[in-house]
Design a protein around this ligand. Structure first.
Ligand SMILES: Nc1ncnc2c1ncn2[C@@H]1O[C@H](COP(=O)(O)OP(=O)(O)OP(=O)(O)O)[C@@H](O)[C@H]1O
Ligand SMILES: [Mg+2]
Length: 220
């Protein structure tokens, strides 16, 4: 298990507490309908999407919710590496090869209540696979089966994948890297999401330096 899974390795760390606050805040969003299916994205690369998605999923599982994390970054998948699980079969196999759902779900042995769907082999045309009835059906099935569905995705400004996915989820969280991301990039990403009518429920500030030393803190 990757060291960035701080909520697993050190649940008492301040960083883990920040993820718990994020979890709690998500619980407060969605007045009429609970936000169950949550997409994590960002404007640009390397803003901490995968780290946020993984730690949020772990935190939710630790509070006894049934959670599945789905790696929908079919270009630079990372969830299998973070959780140290096999990726010979995954999402792309269900979408492109009709592999049944139960064959692509991995039950985490180390984290109770957490299931993982890895990307599978990187397909030639990810956007088309994600922009499909099959993908929509899958989300529907996962929504029925779990308390929370956490989706990792590529950045908004690079490819259309996350914007496509944003239409079939309940809420979108935008990861924003502190002191790295220009405000124009964030606004452009938000505009792209608004244009398709997606529901941005919040932002997660990552890589924020807090304290005297150059101490990294996971903020929300
Ligand atoms: N909250 C955080 N605080 C400090 N460092 C972080 C945080 N989140 C992520 N990082 C670091 O930033 C780097 C990128 O993280 P991550 O892979 O989660 O980003 P990403 O947005 O998913 O990247 P990609 O666009 O490649 O998918 C990693 O080295 C990770 O350890
Ligand atoms: Mg990532």
């Amino acid at each position: 298990m990757d060291k960035s899974l701080i909520t697993y390795h050190n649940p008492k760390a301040p960083d883990s507490e920040a993820y718990r606050m994020l979890r709690t805040n998500i619980g407060y969003t969605g007045v009429d309908k609970k936000h169950k299916v949550i997409l994590i994205t960002s404007s640009k690369m390397q803003e901490g999407k995968s780290t946020t998605a993984a730690n949020l999923a772990i935190t939710m599982a630790q509070s006894k919710h049934n959670v599945v994390i789905v790696d929908c970054d079919l270009r630079r998948p990372k969830i299998h590496k973070m959780f140290a699980v096999d990726n010979t079969i995954g999402l792309s196999d269900l979408l492109a090869k009709d592999e049944p759902l139960n064959r692509i779900i991995y039950h985490s042995v180390l984290i109770e209540n957490l299931d993982i769907i890895t990307s599978g082999v990187i397909p030639p045309m990810p956007s088309e696979l994600l922009d499909s009835k099959k993908m929509e059906k899958l989300i529907g099935e996962l929504r029925e089966a779990y308390d929370y569905v956490i989706i990792d995705s590529p950045p908004i400004l690079s490819v259309t994948d996350a914007t496509i996915l944003s239409k079939i989820v309940d809420g979108v969280l935008l990861a924003v890297a502190s002191n790295e991301t220009h405000v124009d990039a964030i606004l452009t990403a938000k505009k792209a999401l608004d244009k398709v009518g997606s529901n941005v429920i919040g932002t997660v500030l990552t890589k924020a330096k807090i304290g005297k030393k150059s101490y990294y803190y996971y903020s929300y």
